[in-house]
Design a protein around this ligand. Structure first.
Ligand code: TRP
Length: 360
């Protein structure tokens, strides 16, 4: 549900006729999600997003995008941008997304994203954009000096989603506000041009408690690619030794393992490790707390290491393998982009006609 305090449009919480219409026609919903090719992928990206991408494949038609155009809202080294675009695509594949049944591509290969974003730049209001907390955080005190693209970022994200009339968007907690903005843009476009229900009012899919994986060095801070200490995170490409070392060094407190969920929640470092264990094991955190209640951290850490290596090791190895074969990955991206362009073309045509642009 959109939060009334952040959504500029109270209508955004109205029931969604599109979803019912979809189901009534016996169609699967359409998923769109994007990941930025900036910095290495870590456990937080995996548990919060990429793992879920694979799990949604049976129930939805999925479009997974490496959002290279979003990445350049902050300066990126061109060589690294290309390498990281392939790395994210490799992670999608290694996590089990089937690029032949679903679509994996990079955003800049489909011009419709930028084209629709321009229309949305003219639909979204300055006031809405100014309230985006991610912009405020990223711009900080440097507001006069950040790129115009950083400010417009959420309108491009709305375009990503609505270019395909996606019905559901799996995202982490931190992207909820951008999803609400996407709904507001859809509703305003539909109203402004008197095309009721043209764009769907997209639903966010926010996954379980562990969408927020915290730093291994500080359980009150999010695990982040920009933390200077590599010991703060588990990278998806870490090998078994690196995973073991990082878990061994992970911060804990001097007490034995928490006895109850409430006790755990008061101890951020313990809570974070328990949450990671629960997510990797696909168990409720309460069950994990019960299994290790009162034990020493060393025993729990050994179990967590074994679990993490078993679950993440094969994904890291497959990513490494794919990254050595860029030709193969590029082929999947090009093929995905071709299918994405075909889905987008009639929708963008309709938008252009609706706005009153003459056909070329
Ligand atoms: N803004 C998202 C993030 O940083 C990435 C993104 C871009 C995205 N376009 C999207 C996510 C469309 C979901 C749908 O995580």
């Amino acid at each position: 549900m959109p939060d009334a305090t952040t959504s500029p449009n109270p209508d955004a919480s109205a029931p969604n006729p599109h979803l019912a219409a979809y189901a009534a026609r016996g169609l699967k919903g359409r998923i769109f999600s994007g990941v930025q090719p900036t910095g290495n992928l870590h456990l937080g990206n995996y548990l919060g997003a990429i793992r879920n991408f694979a799990r949604l494949q049976n129930d939805y038609d999925c479009i997974y995008c490496v959002v290279d155009q979003h990445a350049i809202t902050l300066w990126q080294d061109p060589k690294e941008l290309s390498a990281q675009t392939r790395e994210i695509a490799s992670a999608f594949l290694a996590a089990g997304v089937d690029g032949s049944k679903h679509i994996i591509f990079n955003q800049s290969m489909v011009p419709g994203h930028a084209q629709l974003a321009w229309v949305f730049n003219c639909v979204a209001r300055m006031g809405w954009m100014s309230r985006m907390t991610q912009f405020k955080e990223k711009a900080g005190k440097d507001r006069e000096n950040v790129s115009l693209g950083l400010f417009a970022y959420p309108a491009l994200m709305a375009a990503d989603i609505l270019l395909y009339k996606a019905t559901h968007v799996p995202v982490g907690e931190d992207q909820k506000q951008h999803l609400e903005l996407t709904r507001d843009i859809a509703i305003k476009f539909n109203n402004d041009f008197a095309v009721p229900d043209f764009f769907p009012v997209t639903e966010p899919l926010i996954f379980g408690a562990t969408t927020r994986v915290m730093s291994l060095r500080d359980g009150t801070k999010k695990m982040s690619k920009s933390d200077p200490s590599d010991y703060s995170r588990i990278n998806l490409t870490d090998d078994a030794d690196a995973i073991a070392q990082k878990i061994r060094r992970a911060k804990t407190d001097p007490l034995p393992m928490p006895e109850t969920l409430e006790d755990a929640e008061k101890r951020p470092d313990a809570d974070n490790l328990l949450g990671i264990y629960a997510a990797l094991a696909d168990q409720e955190k309460e069950a994990v707390v019960a299994a290790f209640a009162g034990k020493q951290f060393s025993e729990f850490k050994a179990a967590l290491t074994e679990l993490a290596v078993a679950k993440l090791g094969p994904i890291g190895a497959e990513m490494q393998r794919l990254m050595k074969d860029p030709g193969h990955v590029d082929g999947i991206l090009r093929n995905g982009a071709e299918r994405a362009r075909a889905l987008a073309a009639p929708i963008l045509d309709e938008v252009y006609r609706t706005v009153g642009f003459l056909k070329p």
